[in-house]
Design a binder for this molecule. Sequence first.
Ligand code: AMP
Length: 430
Amino acid sequence: MESVPGTEDVFPEESARWRAVENCARAVFDRYGYGEIRVPLLERTEVFERSIGASTDVVQKEMYTFEDRGGRSLTLRPEATASVVRAVLGRGVGQGPWRLHYMGPMFRNERPQKGRYRQFHQIGVEAIGGVTAATDAEVILMLCDILRDLGLRKTRLLLNTLGSPEDRAAVVEAYRAFFAARLDAMCEDCRRRYRTNVLRILDCKREDCRRAVAAAPDVSSVVSEASHDEFRRTVSLLQAAGLAPEIEPRLVRGLDYYVHAVYEVVHEGLGAQDAIAGGGRYRISPGGTTSVEGSGFALGIERLLLALDAEDARPPGTPPPDAYLVSPGAGDLDDNFRLAHELRNRGLRILMDIEFRSVKSQMRRAHRSGAIAAVVRGGEERSAGFAVVKRMDSGAEQRVPEADLASALRELVGRRQAAAHRAGDGDTPC
Ligand code: AMP
């Protein structure tokens, strides 16, 4: 049976790459002092309605919302910012500043296609409390550090400012005035957006609408001088750190809560769904009363992996086993089972056959597994307290006393790592 459309099963050869991405991100978050928060997948629906904005596509069309048996409206989280802010409000924003990261699945009822799923996964950051232009820059740097450490090169960082919440009325007014005379040539969605959320028109992908948008004023031409200063500071901090953000004067984002700096990282190898990550400064009030300012990004793991594929910059998969333990007779199995357990507890990666296959078949599996060595241990070896270590590359054999087996295998592992390093493919990202 197939999985639900828009959801995917991830098998070990792929999930190893996911883990590499997650570990890389964790290493970056550790360097910046951002701790992990784990928030529920389920929230009260109003948490998202109040935060993301009732007129956004996410809230209007894409949420998986249902009534539970108690008649409460619950929603599978379409993003995590609202949940994180709700959680932080519960503890007290004043207990912060909060510097948090998260990773996990999000759910949106979108039309599935390459790079767009109904269950997808994000790695994200939320800095809440004490947020300044430097916080925005720090959050963006973390995102770019992750992409760089993974070996991604063909990305562009697109940056814009939406101005302060106080600028919002003037920005909306300016776009209303501009699009009013052009509505006839625009799509039905944009005519609705004109009434409900005029900034979203800037994001429309239809040809006619894009023509109108191309002539529209820049958001930044409408915002106050103080907002400009705030934005310039973020840009100059990023430039001083060696980044080259591109100012994209019509960049807006799909969620309503953004203010000041907003950004996207796009990748040229991805086609229509080219945004790997997006973020910005936000003001949110998930409880409907206290409003909280934060700064964060969300990076889509599936799209990031597609981008890595497009650049052939594959993060490392699961390392192969160190050794494959071969039992020549069925009677050898139990004691070899014990030995495998011992070796694993000493930090070695050991595979063994527990299905009574022939020695030939076990050796074939040992080869296929990528193990450095096969450890053959039958009745004769066991009674003499030895094992035969056979290197898979050269076929060279060595009799090793059982007590020295772990250190002998560790030495082989060390040699393989050194050789890989010399060949240049041992430089694992992060
Ligand atoms: P957003 O939460 O909409 O700002 O999206 C942030 C990032 O999450 C995007 O840049 C994508 O990488 C990823 N993303 C958002 N929606 C989807 C989806 N339906 N399928 C896969 N990835 C997604």
